[in-house]
Design a protein around this ligand. Structure first.
Ligand SMILES: [Zn+2]
Length: 530
């Protein structure tokens, strides 16, 4: 009885331990500066981005955080390579007698992660269903078939399910994301991948695929011995049907086949030939990294990470005469919170036992490349990292009544998350579109991919003084009018209370993770469990 009471008292103490002093006005001031026209939209590889990183590093230094980057600086160099496939790219498929040619853009798109100006592939084609190996769901599309050196055809998404125990029901798991398909194909030694697009499996039309692939794609620069696919691409449903007809198959037939657990790879008996002439350029950019050491001599080698991406779209196509994509909400707000968290953490009279690493990452808008680089070149090893708490695009629309923390429920930090929500009088709202896979589209995902429990303290959906549904409406208006537009600009009448609340939430959670005897983890059996 005594030990139980004692444990309960300890637990309550760790939560109540030290309340932070977080100022919504300081969060406002940092947001205003980072979103000003002087910073030119904080583009990667642009002057405005360099100023933004200097500002964030300087503010973290003023707060009292120490340099945690390369050679005693506040910066971690992130070498990226931009690859832009040229419209003269070709794709054809041939059986013994007949050759089919496909048109760049209209029929197929693709890029070569090998990061070379000229890549050619000719290889036999194999259809591999959804291209998934998921032991926890007893699913294996490869069934031990050797596909090394082949071009794989497959569908994105995952076997359809309403059973929460099978691919999380209707929610999208990482196995369903196209990025996973390319990673898994590479693990199997494939040369290239063509995803056969269908609107239902991709959840968006061909125009979305075409727009995002027919321009420069940033990659983390390949190391000397690092392997890469020669091609990652997509083909339209119509062209996929023509290609499969050469092998006497069809999209509908193979879609049906790929939904059965006894599916086996199908050797299509045809050869695929691809030529990808590309423009390739080096992009120099950097993450900002600062640390406040922990108070425990042993545990200070372990850390809690707070992260927020600093980059936005820079100077681009003018809209209504404005070419500066300020990114006030996306993500000056998150950087402002990050700086304020460091300020509050440094002000604690008694530092938590583990260290706190404040990380402002680059190139989120180019597919999470700054956080991906950090995850593969970590400052604190993933096995010694307690948690990553990320901030990306928060809405300064008053006082929040709720918080969205998608992914937290899959970690052992969940009971603490619930306690903190209760303490701060916030309800926890679910992700309203789990099938869209938003969890995989922000920087916390790069940390999760490395096994670190990670999620974002997301924006509120309900605000005090407004009827239910007002927040959703305001969000939809922002999303349709200002998201990734030059009009995502600082507004003088914004009320930053919700951001103060989000910062406090992350602070209490980070403090708890920094003081607990055991590191948090993904729940056993989770795809990201380390
Ligand atoms: Zn964005």
């Amino acid at each position: 009885m005594f030990t139980r009471l004692f444990a309960a008292a300890l637990c309550a103490f760790s939560l109540a331990a030290q309340s932070p002093s977080i100022s919504p006005e300081r969060i406002r001031d940092h947001t205003r500066f980072l979103a000003s026209d002087l910073l030119e939209g904080r583009g990667v590889g642009q002057r405005g981005g360099d100023i933004a990183t200097e500002y964030i590093a300087t503010q973290l230094a003023l707060a009292g955080a120490k340099p945690a980057g390369d050679n005693g600086t506040y910066f971690q160099r992130v070498p990226l390579v931009g690859v832009e496939t040229q419209p003269s790219a070709t794709l054809s498929a041939a059986d013994s007698g007949k050759t089919l040619d496909f048109r760049w853009g209209d029929d197929f798109v693709g890029v070569s992660p090998m990061q070379r100006t000229d890549v050619s592939v000719e290889a036999p084609a194999v259809f591999v269903g959804h291209g998934i190996t998921a032991p926890e769901f007893h699913w294996d599309d490869f069934k031990g078939v050797d596909v090394s050196g082949k071009v794989l055809l497959l569908f994105t998404n995952e076997p359809p399910s309403t059973d929460p125990k099978f691919f999380d029901g209707s929610a999208l798991t990482y196995y369903g994301r196209w990025t996973y398909k390319y990673e898994e194909a590479l693990r199997h030694g494939a040369r290239g991948v063509l995803i056969i697009h269908t609107a239902p499996t991709a959840s968006y039309g061909w125009n979305v695929v075409r727009n995002s692939w027919a321009r420069e794609t940033p990659f983390v620069k390949l190391g000397p011995n690092e392997k890469a696919l020669a091609m990652q691409g997509w083909i339209t449903r119509e062209s996929g049907d023509k290609l499969l007809a050469l092998a006497n198959h069809s999209v509908d037939e193979l879609l049906a086949a790929s939904e059965k657990p006894d599916f086996k790879p199908i050797d299509l008996g045809i050869r695929v030939r691809v030529h990808l002439p590309s423009k390739v350029r080096d992009i120099e950019t950097r993450n900002v990294a600062a640390i406040i050491p922990g108070s425990d001599p042993n545990l200070k080698n372990e850390a809690v990470i707070f992260s927020a991406h600093w980059d936005h779209l820079g100077i681009g196509t003018p809209v209504n005469g404005d070419a500066i994509y300020n990114g006030a909400i996306d993500n000056a707000t998150g950087c402002a919170i990050l700086i304020e968290l460091a300020h509050a953490w440094a002000a604690l009279p008694q530092k938590p036992r583990r260290s706190a690493l404040f990380l402002s990452v680059t190139a989120e808008e180019g597919n999470l490349k700054g956080s991906e680089y950090y995850a593969t070149h970590p400052i604190i090893p993933p096995a010694k990292t307690a948690i990553d708490i990320n901030y990306d695009a928060l809405y300064p629309w008053g006082k929040a009544r709720d918080v969205v923390v998608t992914g937290a429920e899959r970690t052992t930090a969940w009971p603490t998350v619930q306690q903190i929500a209760k303490r701060l009088n916030l309800s926890i709202s679910p992700d309203d579109a789990p099938e869209a896979g938003h969890y995989f589209r922000s920087d916390h995902f790069s940390f999760a991919h490395a096994g670190i429990p990670a999620f974002s303290i997301g924006h509120a959906t309900e605000f005090a003084g407004h009827p239910a549904g007002w927040g959703k409406q305001a969000y939809e208006e922002y999303n349709s009018k200002h998201y990734h537009q030059p009009s995502d600009e600082f507004q003088a009448d914004w009320d930053f209370t919700a951001l103060q609340q989000a910062a406090e939430f992350g602070f209490l959670l980070g403090q708890d993770a920094a003081n607990q005897a055991k590191l948090p983890d993904w729940r056993p059996g989770d795809q990201f469990h380390r």
